[in-house]
Write a protein that binds this ligand. Structure first.
Ligand code: COA
Length: 169
């Protein structure tokens, strides 16, 4: 576990977080600008997700005064033996906490956990129009390795996705 300031704690997600996480995801998705996800799913879906996490994975929450401000997960990119060293990362921070170091604190914990899981590099797919996320991942050391054109169809529009990756040292 790590702390960014005296109030912020980054710790593994627990089952009791499922409702808060669902609300957070609904907030981010309903904004419409950040993710290709169309639904946060139900609280039960989130509970199933937490319970079903692979052994080689990381799922952490940034918590301040008992409120979840952000979440970040790393899941195996593939179960194909040749690709076991690659993890796929996702990050969601509540709008009220943007640009206050929550994402950076999540990543500090996630990177250590991902290394401990045996991942050697992380990959993030980011909507090309999501400038904040592109800047965030760049600030963590992610580099663009390509653009998947018209990769996602959201609200009837085809969107490009930027493929980025970062080696864990
Ligand atoms: C992208 C996101 C995770 C960043 O989280 P955050 O907690 O706001 O980021 P931090 O405050 O830790 O910022 C870390 C660094 O990222 C960069 N950064 C983050 N947001 C930025 C923005 N809007 N513009 C420019 N740079 C930005 C900066 O370099 C920043 O460091 P600085 O503040 O010292 O300059 C957050 O905006 C978010 O959850 N957005 C909605 C969901 C989303 O887009 N997820 C990613 C989907 S791929």
């Amino acid at each position: 576990m790590s702390t960014c300031d005296s109030k912020l704690l980054v710790r593994p997600v627990e089952i009791r977080d499922a409702e808060s996480i669902t609300v957070l995801l609904e907030e981010v998705i309903s904004d419409g600008r950040f993710t290709i996800m169309e639904s946060a799913g139900t609280v039960d879906d989130q509970i199933s997700f937490i319970r079903g996490l692979p052994v080689r994975s990381s799922y952490v929450a940034a918590v301040s005064e008992s409120r979840i401000l952000g979440i970040q997960d790393v899941l195996p990119f593939s179960e194909e033996p040749a690709l076991l060293h690659v993890g796929e990362i996702s990050t969601f921070v509540a709008a009220r906490a943007h640009r206050s170091g929550v994402g950076r604190a999540l990543a500090a914990e996630t990177f250590e956990r991902a290394k401990a899981c045996g991942f050697r590099k992380l990959r993030a797919n980011i909507r090309k129009d999501n400038k904040a996320a592109l800047a965030y991942y760049r600030s963590l050391g992610f580099e663009t390795v390509g653009v998947a054109r018209e990769h996602a169809r959201v609200d009837g529009k085809y969107l490009d996705e930027v493929i980025t990756e970062c080696f864990l040292r």
